[in-house]
Design a binder for this molecule. Structure first.
Ligand code: NAP
Length: 283
């Protein structure tokens, strides 16, 4: 029986672990499939307070991990595959273990959807990004592409025009899914160009050179062409990692865990959620 089990090891989970450990709750944190979370997919993090020269994403997460362990958090490198939260004590299952807990913190985050081509993972953090706020600054004076036609893509493209000289929005249809106001804002921006009915077939470049261009296919004509860009931002949505909580904790229409206003409480007393798993807005 544990006082607290924390599920997920991104900044939200590790912050919970630091505080819980310092409150003598002796938390058990189960890391999940991607230890450290989305920040381990980036390179230099320049906007985290306290690191004036920036810090590499994986190193920042390693520091948070060590900080939690210093206060006695127990961290297990495993993946939770099931939970039972409908009655006390709660039960959490990972590997072949069953652990009981008085409280559970859900910090499983969300995962950016990817296009599904091999090079996007190889070049993630080396010219490919899923976060304009995180990485836009590196593209001052450069040309970049954004994939997607929803509000996220419009927001990212508009934000990126602060740095880039040209932003090409590549969308697989010829109508945007984004809200009218976001569409109008993007369409009215002279730096944004739309590439309709088009999908990315290949990302050109290497981890050494970064992204040098894209091979794109027009899905109406099947014509292949090359687009010279220095970076690719993928903005085709996120999936909250909540599959194992479905039917147990209240989720919103998009699958994010519902928390009470100004709180990390879920609908189940003793079950809390923090970070991207309960935040579709700020991320
Ligand atoms: P979304 O609305 O689901 O849009 C995803 C876009 O990506 C769609 O245009 C979709 O194309 C495209 N797409 C999906 N999979 C693709 C693939 N494999 N290859 C190429 N394109 C693909 O996601 P979102 O833009 O992240 O928005 C999520 C929610 O957050 C929405 O409710 C949105 O309104 C909200 N949001 C609001 C704001 C704001 O108001 N400031 C900002 C961001 C997000 P199709 O159109 O062809 O399906």
């Amino acid at each position: 029986m544990r006082n607290m089990i924390i599920i997920g090891s991104g900044p939200a989970g590790l912050t919970a672990a630091v505080y819980a450990a310092r409150a003598n709750l002796e938390p058990l944190l189960i890391e999940g499939k991607e230890p450290g979370g989305q920040l381990t997919l980036t390179t230099l993090v320049e906007n985290y307070p306290g690191f004036s020269d920036g810090i590499m994403g994986p190193q920042l997460m390693e520091e948070m991990r060590k900080q939690a362990q210093r206060f006695g958090a127990e961290i297990v490198n495993s993946h939770v595959h099931a939970v039972k939260l409908k009655e006390q004590p709660f039960r959490v299952y990972y590997g072949d273990q069953e652990v009981q807990a008085k409280t559970v913190v859900i910090s499983t985050g969300s995962s950016a959807k990817l296009i599904g081509i091999e090079t996007e993972i190889q070049l993630m953090g080396h010219g490919v990004s899923t976060c304009a706020t995180c990485d836009g600054f590196f593209y001052r004076g450069k040309e970049i592409a954004v994939v997607g036609g929803g509000d996220s893509a419009m927001e990212e493209a508009t934000f990126l025009t602060k740095f880039a000289t040209k932003v090409s929005v590549i969308h697989r249809r010829e109508a945007l899914r984004a809200s009218k106001i976001m569409q109008d804002r993007a369409a009215g921006n002279p730096k944004i160009h739309f590439v309709w009915n088009t999908v990315v077939e290949e990302i050109l470049g290497s981890r050494e050179t970064g992204v040098t261009g894209l091979k794109v296919r027009n899905i109406k004509t099947q014509g292949i062409s090359e687009l010279k860009v220095d970076g690719l931002f993928i903005a085709i949505g996120h999936n909250p990692n909540t599959d194992i909580f479905k039917g147990q904790v209240d989720l919103d229409d998009l699958g994010y865990i519902k928390t009470q206003p100004d709180s990390t409480r879920t609908n189940i007393p003793g079950v809390f959620a923090c970070g991207d798993v309960q935040d579709p807005i700020f991320r």
